[in-house]
Design a binder for this molecule. Structure first.
Ligand SMILES: [Zn+2]
Length: 183
């Protein structure tokens, strides 16, 4: 597979709605490993496939406990109890947003072998997982801002000179139907 890199807003890859992974071949394990590497190198605590230009329902999280792989994650339950945290995002350098989310979530996903698991999370992992699942639906933390603040955040990002390169979604296109880990 080609080298993956973190896509920076307003890269269109960040707005992709991902497709489920159907084949658990060596490719998916390789993708998960590459994503974890990128997450650690970038000092992130979570990374979703859209952030590296892949249109797949895949994310990795390490919120200080251990590395967790989530393939085809679904949030089955969100607690009524809320938690508000200041969140950053590798794709939105320099931006933080206070986001209110469920304090606890129950998640169903598959591991790298395709085996289903259901697990409950609270605290930081719960927030990170909800942040990353948002990514898989093309949603970003700036979408939680009112229009004026969102405009200001977008302007700040544009000023940082790290916006989309124009040459972006090749990997997504290749990863669409019948993903085979190529590109
Ligand atoms: Zn993010």
């Amino acid at each position: 597979m080609g080298r993956l890199e973190v896509k920076i807003y307003p890269d269109p890859c960040l707005r992709i709605r991902t497709k489920p992974v159907e084949q658990f071949s060596r490719d998916i394990k390789q993708t998960l490993r590459s994503m974890a590497d990128i997450m650690y190198v970038s000092r992130g605590i979570g990374l979703a496939a859209t952030q590296v230009g892949l249109g797949l329902s895949v994310l990795v999280v390490d919120a200080g406990e251990n590395l967790m792989n989530f393939v085809n994650p679904v949030i089955l339950e969100r607690s009524k109890k809320k938690s508000r945290m200041e969140e950053g995002c590798l794709s939105l350098p320099g931006i933080t947003v206070n986001v209110t989310r469920a304090a606890e979530v129950e998640v169903r996903a598959q591991n790298e072998e395709g085996e289903f698991f259901i697990k409950k999370f609270d605290g930081l992992p719960a927030t990170v997982i909800q942040h990353e699942v948002d990514h898989l639906h093309g949603k970003l933390i700036i979408d939680y801002l009112d229009p004026i603040r969102r405009f200001m955040a977008a302007r700040k990002l544009a000023g940082s000179g790290r916006g989309g390169s124009g040459k972006t979604c090749e990997v997504v296109c290749n990863a669409g139907e019948g993903y085979n880990g190529g590109a």
